[in-house]
Design a protein around this ligand. Structure first.
Ligand code: MLT
Length: 268
């Protein structure tokens, strides 16, 4: 399993296939294994690099991160560091899922010359409202005593489409297991970072790169209407609605997400 020393952490990543590089950035509180179904389908088409963000999967968390929080910019800087470490200097397609998308805006601001295309997967550009921010900070304060299992339990109904929850228990259980084994300190760190993240909607009209918004028809966390608004605000973006999926489109309907990515790579 490859690991690189990036900033103050050890970052684990997987790197499959060859050709145009696509950086797959997972959501909260998950790890790079959420991309396995997509990697399986796309590794003959392109190069797929999927890191574990700091504190997730097999990557370590920085010493100050649990209390200070990890900003979306810090995660973005880690990703740029990883590309340096593995010698990727040609433009990548940045594909960010949910929190991976929040990180994407910072990546584009700070390291925009490294991105040749953008896939926004079940994500948003707006910051949190007061209530959502307070919920995140509450979780950050208590998650060590609660344990990650309680977070998994609370998130499960919001992550998947109704049909997935009813009839695809094995798939749901895989994601629940990933959340349950996540370090609670990493959950606290990311929640503090997401609570503090800026509203990035003003960036959208300025983005020249080609982009596609991919969203589950039944996504309750980052709803289709929000993605539609983002796509309209960008000069060069298209929308692909994913049927039979809630928030977790890459695992609920990987065929449709792989098709959307393949078509995007072909036209960009
Ligand atoms: C995610 O899937 O990354 C999270 O739902 C993002 C969030 O908590 O806003």
């Amino acid at each position: 399993m490859p690991t690189a020393t990036i900033n103050d952490i050890q970052m684990h990543y997987v790197d499959h296939g060859a050709g145009a590089p696509v950086l797959l950035v997972h959501g909260f509180p998950l790890d790079c294994t959420m991309w396995d179904p997509l990697i399986e389908r796309l590794q003959d088409d392109c190069r797929l690099i999927a890191p574990d963000l700091r504190g997730y999967g097999k990557s370590t968390l920085g010493e100050i991160d649990p209390d200070a929080g990890v900003s979306m910019r810090q995660y973005a800087d880690d990703l740029a560091g990883l590309l340096d470490a593995i010698g990727v200097d040609e433009p990548i397609v940045y594909c960010g899922f949910s929190m991976g998308g929040y990180i994407g805006w910072q990546f584009l601001e700070a390291h925009g010359e490294r991105a040749g295309g953008l896939v926004m997967c079940d994500t948003r550009a707006a910051a949190d409202g007061d209530e959502a921010r307070e919920m995140r900070l509450k979780m950050a304060r208590h998650v060590v005593e609660w344990g990650a299992g309680r977070v998994a339990e609370a998130m499960q109904p919001k992550l998947f489409a109704a049909h997935t929850l009813e009839s695809r228990q094995e798939l749901v259980a895989q994601t629940v297991a990933v959340i349950t084994r996540t370090n609670p300190a990493s959950i606290a760190a990311a929640q503090r970072g997401m609570a503090a993240r800026p509203d990035m909607t003003a960036l959208l009209p300025t983005l020249k790169l080609s982009a596609v918004g991919v969203v589950g028809e039944e996504d309750a966390l980052t709803p289709p209407a929000e993605m539609e608004g983002m796509v309209v605000a960008m000069p060069s973006a298209e929308l692909t609605m994913i049927p039979g999926a809630g928030h977790m489109t890459p695992v609920e309907n990987p065929d449709a997400v792989a098709k959307a990515l393949r078509e995007f790579l072909e036209r960009s």
